[in-house]
Ligand binder design. Structure first.
Ligand code: NDP
Length: 479
């Protein structure tokens, strides 16, 4: 059985405690590997290794950083199939989907490799009076904590800009999906990344995540995960005056107007509802449909969802894989019960799904659609993070906006309409950090990524990430 070790100072090591946590394959419900159960001693060792590497890394020429990060991207691409299979087994997502995500992880490294070359300091000239120049200096040792839904993709989305900006990193992947982060260590060594520049510590969030966040010398924390965890992290890190980037939960509206291209809206809504079993922070789990096309949309949507095959994630025919853990499986099923209690009319699914052969004990849930639920009920306000969506009719733009903005979250929104004026008007008034018009999950890595309200603080992506991972120092010269 594979033992997932920490990657500290360029070498794989057991946790100091030499104890292990079981790691499950969600599609079989069986233990298939073990994870180092690290504690604060391992975090300290990782910090010391990062600190020792920092002096050289921060002065490494930009072009060399570019070459190293680009080499990591190339090696991720070269190992796409093996990494995708590992991700699929570890997370439960279909392998075909994992292949796309691993490709996107390579793109993250490639994108921020070029950022290392192009990121620049600013200067402001006040003719005859002053010249100000603003240095963007690396911070030091930073902490990156990522969730289980898009494991290597979100891990690399943090690590790559942190390294590109000249920091050394102590990173913690989710204990639920540690495998591809473990494999990344090997890739970094092969790429020639100097020892200690990236350190990966495995184990439980409340133990080592907390040790990272409360470490007095780790100066910035980039976190993606649930809102409750984000709140806790902020309460620990804010009084220590650390830089904080928090990418948290969502309960995103998908607003379908009567004048949209119905076929496209239905096709993409199936993806935005059930891709990755609905375990994407950007999924549009609240589908708001204008009354004039409500019945047409509903009929076509149900028809399309019925075609999604569920089962063994390694079989390319299957569109829906397994739910990541037994605990999350039970949580999603409990929300299905809640929706029924709240008066929801079940249109499709609503039950677990029994796989065949090896997958009989896997944690599968049928794509589930409810209607007849008030927009203020718990099912429509709380993040379920699974294959469960609701359909709600609305009368006009104002009502759509009222419903869309009614949750404590504000991450993303999709708008479907052929009336561009209406689309712009709604986009302007919607309370979210990301808006897609007539599309979903179309990403340009240069754009700011993040949420408002309880969906987070700060933005990732492009220069926003490079600015987060640097400190600005202004130098003023009197002429
Ligand atoms: P969690 O908040 O449970 O965990 C996220 C990470 O934080 C994990 O690595 C976890 O470790 C760690 N952690 C847990 N407790 C602590 C702690 N006390 N201190 C420091 N770190 C800790 O989220 P999930 O993994 O369940 O991910 C799902 C959530 O992530 C959803 O709410 C989803 O919306 C959100 N998300 C947001 C995105 C965004 O960009 N806004 C993108 C993707 C997901 P461990 O797993 O070992 O407990």
């Amino acid at each position: 059985m594979v033992q997932i070790q920490n990657y500290i100072n360029g070498a794989y090591t057991n946790a100091v405690s030499n104890t292990w946590i079981d790691n499950y394959n969600p599609a079989t419900g069986k233990v298939y590997s073990q994870i180092a159960d690290s504690d604060d001693k391992d975090v300290e060792a990782a910090y010391q290794s990062a600190y020792a590497a920092y002096g050289n890394w921060k002065t490494t020429p930009h072009e060399e950083r570019f070459i190293l990060l680009n080499r990591i991207a190339e090696l991720i691409d070269k190992n796409n199939d093996a990494l995708a299979e590992a991700e699929s087994i570890d997370q439960g997502k279909p392998k075909w989907l994992a292949k796309n995500e691993i490709k996107r992880a390579a793109q993250n490294f490639r994108f921020f490799a070029t950022a290392a070359m192009q990121f620049s300091n600013e200067s402001h000239h006040n003719e005859g009076h002053t010249i100000n120049y603003t240095l963007r200096q690396s911070i030091g040792v930073v902490g990156c904590i990522s969730p289980w839904n898009l494991p290597l993709y979100l891990f690399s989305w943090k690590i790559a800009p942190a390294l590109a900006a000249g920091n050394c990193v102590v990173a913690k992947p989710s204990e639920i999906t540690p495998m591809t982060a473990y494999l990344l260590g090997q890739i970094c060594t092969e790429a020639g990344l100097p020892n200690g520049v990236l350190n990966i510590v495995h184990g439980l969030g409340p133990k080592i995540g907390n040790a990272l966040v409360s470490h007095p010398k780790i100066k910035a924390i980039s976190f993606t995960g649930g809102t409750a965890t984000g709140k806790h992290i902020a309460s620990v890190a804010a009084p220590m005056f650390k830089k904080l980037s928090l990418e948290l939960g969502g309960k995103n509206p998908n607003i379908v107007f009567g004048d949209c291209d119905l076929k496209k809206a239905v096709k993409t809504s199936v993806e935005s509802s059930f891709l990755n079993q609905g375990e994407i922070c950007l999924c549009g789990s609240r589908i708001l449909v204008e009354k004039s096309i409500y019945e047409d949309f509903k009929t076509a949507f149900i028809e399309e969802v019925k075609k999604l095959k569920i089962g063994n994630p390694l079989n390319d025919e299957n569109r829906v894989g397994a739910i990541v853990s037994q605990m999350h499986f039970e949580k999603v099923l409990s929300y299905i019960e809640l929706a029924k209690q709240e008066g929801g009319r079940l249109l499709l699914g609503g039950e677990s799904f029994k796989g065949t052969h090896k997958n009989e004990q896997g944690w599968f849930i049928q794509p589930t659609i409810f209607e007849n639920l008030n927009f203020e009920c718990r099912t429509n306000q709380e993040e379920i993070f699974g294959p469960v969506v609701t359909l709600t009719p609305f009368e006009n733009v104002d009502e759509a906006l009222q419903m869309a903005n009614s949750t404590p979250y504000g991450l993303a929104c999709s708008i479907w309409t052929n009336d561009l004026t209406k689309a712009h008007r709604v986009a302007e008034k919607i309370e979210s950090g990301i808006v897609w018009i007539n599309c979903w999950l179309v990403r340009d890595l240069r754009t700011p990524f993040g949420g408002v309200k309880q969906s987070g603080v700060g933005r990732e992506g492009g220069w926003e990430a490079m600015r987060f991972f640097t400190e600005a120092k202004n130098v003023c010269i009197k002429l």
